[in-house]
Design a protein around this ligand. Structure first.
Ligand SMILES: [Zn+2]
Length: 153
């Protein structure tokens, strides 16, 4: 299953939420056994490309009528991250987001508002990268550009 399908209806962009079958297939493709609770959590995450904290995931699941423990949410998000279903974005040790956008991208993080926003990986050109330590290969580059609101005084 690809990212959620974007449907344009009457000029409004709507995102088609994944069905249970699509979520099950996506979990299985990543080697995750699709238990009921994992499916519930995956449905919250993959409703659209988004950045959610563990608390957000638990709140949205509960709003959707799914009662789930904090420990289960944390364990499941950790598993999804290890299996490559979501990216863990650690903006600081007290703020971890789980990113369901599967495309290559980097982030702006607004330290005033706490907002995390995507930008396309192609917009950033990296040059003069250091030599990798011997015996290693590059596995990926994650860039977080920290921004703050400009003051107009
Ligand atoms: Zn993102």
């Amino acid at each position: 299953m690809a990212s959620p399908e974007v449907v344009v209806a009457g000029g409004t962009i709507m995102i088609k939420e994944p069905t249970t079958n699509e979520v099950v297939q996506r979990l299985q493709e990543h080697g995750v056994n699709p238990t009921r609770q994992r499916i519930d959590i995956a449905k919250v995450l993959f409703a659209r490309p988004q950045h959610l904290s563990a608390d957000d995931v638990m709140r949205f699941a509960r709003e959707g009528g799914v009662n789930i423990s904090k420990a289960t949410v944390y364990n499941t998000l950790s598993l999804f991250s290890r299996k490559g279903l979501v990216r863990e974005i650690i903006v600081d040790p007290s703020r971890v987001f789980y990113d369901s956008n599967p495309t290559m991208h980097h982030h702006f993080y607004n330290i005033d508002t706490g907002e995390l926003r995507d930008f396309d990986a192609d917009l950033l050109q990296l040059s003069n990268l250091p030599h990798l330590p011997p015996g290693t290969v590059a596995d990926g580059v994650d860039v977080i550009i920290r921004i703050r609101n400009a003051s107009y005084q």
